[in-house]
Design a protein around this ligand. Structure first.
Ligand code: ADP
Ligand code: MG
Length: 604
């Protein structure tokens, strides 16, 4: 039999390698930014078109390449960064595999312009699918510009696999933020479709974090600084009260390289022990510096996982350092729930010799659960059941509250004869039906009602919008603004209207009728969170995510007292829904208990 094994042609091998290195536009961004940093650039520009699908261009003022190197840089395993295997254990550069440019050139139209400082002329090379189309001398400034156009043009399957522009942009911004946070001294510019998204000036670390995440971040940061023989730890953690419901702002850098490590994350979370509400995630920006010989970066093609020699010691050190800093900044005592609540009260007492009065509940008779969530639910994310007694007595002793009419809406004895619904533990609404009773979860039921209302107003008919008397300006990070901008038209369908977008703020002049002004920030923040978490398919529309997110944020919560009228309207609205049985997130909204079932309870 004849021999059948052949070496793959280079362009095929490159395409295969590209599959590993380049998953999406964001992977290209990461590789190009890292090359610019390795070239010693102090100014780096990233220009994007259509979430990088049409164009990704990185322009740097680094050392540039000679004509021969420019040509060589597209060969596979061509690198200036290591020469022998031992060099792998002493890496000071981001790159070392020599694969990125060869891979990218195999699956896109690439144009490289580069010039070294002392050269008269630079080089321009155009490559399409690994084939050199042209090579010329050009006059250009010192540094390198690499433009990647029409990514995956020759692999339609991969191109179709790309997600919506919003999702791809988010991935790019994630990579951009990681690189920018690792190198505060380098100035970065990011333009998307000719809009400036980020302009980060050379700065210190704290300024860089604030520039990336918005001025709100400044007050949240607690500095970390610890030097030991095996590791230096620097950076910041966010105070526990600013922890997030979703993972997000969690960054580890090892020797200026962003890495993922669930092990180290565990150490940090552990240091917050007892300070975080259940399910909350602390934000952190931690920079570890270790001797290059004690880590192995070569275990993952995208180089985001690292093996440490002394992992256990690192864990202990990190945990102790973070704990210490949190303690030093007096973060811990503020959140001590066992402390005498009176010491923290923001209210002024009339006299010191007050005695506890009987708790009374004041209810706003105009309160409409379909317009507004009870404010308290949002402002106190931490458990406060323990202190309920003192809370309520506190309220009744405050001047302003005392002067308000104290209406007690609930008087079961009087109303019992006509009442058809009852609220149980401010959580369930029980409604009588012919065959027995229905038990409705008030929060989930209201989610269903709002979800269908929003979905309808967004997709079917013109949304009802209310103009604000005074437009509201809300600040967000540039990345968040970019995201709001990409879903602007969908938000407008939902009833929002926008006035002005700046790099870190948006002015809102109209909102959906079912939203109150005080909720604008929170519903937008939650929406961005939810979109971030979504892993949508290609036919992805934000409508559903948006309707779900709004419904979740605006629904009445467990713990909200409902008047009988409110209970009835909740029941009626629920049962006029298209799908009353489940919440938008698939949980049962109600259960029925038939007379038979009730009888059985007594017969067992
Ligand atoms: P690696 O970064 O792993 O070496 P790449 O394929 O990313 O592999 O780059 C190949 C080589 O091209 C680099 O080693 C470097 O010498 C050169 N190079 C790439 N980008 C730049 C740049 N922006 N400025 C100067 N040289 C560059
Ligand atoms: Mg590289």
């Amino acid at each position: 039999m004849s021999d059948i094994i052949q070496l793959l042609p280079d362009h095929v091998a490159n395409q295969i390698a590209a599959g590993e290195v380049v998953q999406r536009p964001a992977s290209v961004v990461k590789e190009l930014l890292e090359n610019a940093i390795d070239a010693g650039a102090t100014n780096i520009k990233l220009l994007l078109k259509d979430a990088g699908k049409t164009l990704i261009q990185v322009i740097d003022d680094g050392k540039g390449m000679s004509t021969t190197d420019a040509r060589m840089s597209f060969e596979r395993h061509a690198t200036s960064k290591i020469q022998k295997a031992e060099d792998l254990f002493n890496l000071c550069t981001k790159g070392f595999r020599g694969e990125a440019l060869a891979s990218i050139a195999a699956i896109a139209h690439v144009e490289l312009k580069t010039k070294q400082e002392n050269e008269e002329l630079g080089t321009c090379i155009k490559i399409e699918g690994s084939k050199i189309v042209s090579q010329d001398f050009i006059s250009t400034g010192k540094g390198t510009s690499l433009a990647v156009k029409n990514l995956f043009y020759n692999i339609p399957a991969r191109r179709n696999f790309l997600k919506s522009d919003t999702v791809e942009t988010r991935h790019i911004i994630d990579e951009f933020q990681r690189v920018a946070l690792a190198h505060p001294a380098i100035s970065f510019l990011l333009h998307h479709n000719n809009n400036e998204v980020y302009h980060l000036k050379s700065s210190n670390l704290r300024q860089r974090i604030v520039a990336v995440f918005g001025s709100k971040m400044n007050e949240k940061l607690v500095p970390i600084d610890e030097k030991t023989d095996i590791v230096n730890i620097q950076g910041f953690v966010a105070k526990p009260e600013f922890s997030k419901r979703k993972r997000g702002e969690q960054f580890f850098f090892v020797n200026d390289r962003f890495i993922k490590s669930s092990y180290l994350n565990h150490a940090v979370v552990n240091a917050f022990d007892g300070l975080l509400e259940q399910g909350a995630h602390p934000s952190y920006f931690l920079y570890l510096t270790v001797p290059t010989s004690t880590i192995d970066i070569n275990i993952h093609p995208t180089k985001t996982e690292i093996k440490f020699d002394n992992e256990k010691a690192l864990y202990a050190m990190l945990r102790a350092t973070v704990k210490h800093s949190l303690g030093q900044y007096n973060v811990a005592p503020v959140l001590d729930f066992n402390r005498d609540a009176n010491l923290d009260t923001p209210y002024h007492f009339k006299s010191n010799s007050k005695t506890a009065s009987v708790p009374k509940i004041s209810v706003d008779p105009d309160f409409n659960p379909f317009k507004e969530v009870e404010q308290k639910e949002i402002n106190f994310p931490f458990k406060r059941e323990k202190n309920t007694q003192s809370w309520e007595s506190l309220y009744t002793s405050v001047d302003t509250i005392e002067n308000q009419p104290n209406e007690t809406l609930f008087d079961h004895q009087q109303e019992e004869k006509t009442q058809k619904t009852f609220q149980i533990q401010r959580k369930y609404v029980m409604s009588l039906i012919k065959s027995g009773v229905v038990l409705i979860n008030q929060s989930l039921a209201h989610q269903r009602v709002l979800y269908e209302q929003f979905l309808e107003s967004i997709t079917v008919k013109e949304a009802n919008s209310q103009q604000l008397l005074f437009p509201v300006k809300i600040s967000f990070s540039s990345a968040e603004i970019e995201m709001i901008y990409t879903i602007k038209s969908e938000l407008e369908n939902a009833g929002f209207s926008f006035d002005e977008f700046t790099k870190d703020s948006v002015t809102i002049k109209g909102i959906p009728v079912s939203v109150t002004e005080s909720k604008i920030t929170i519903i937008l923040e939650e929406l961005l969170n939810d979109i971030n978490l979504e892993v949508p398919d290609a036919s992805f529309s934000h409508f559903d995510v948006m309707a779900k997110s709004f419904a979740k944020t605006l629904s009445i919560k467990t713990g909200t007292l409902l008047s009988e009228k409110e209970q009835e309207s909740l029941v009626n609205n629920l049962f006029s829904c298209k799908e009353p049985t489940v919440s938008p997130f698939g949980k049962a909204t109600f259960k029925t208990l038939t007379l038979n079932q009730i009888d059985n309870l007594f017969n067992s």
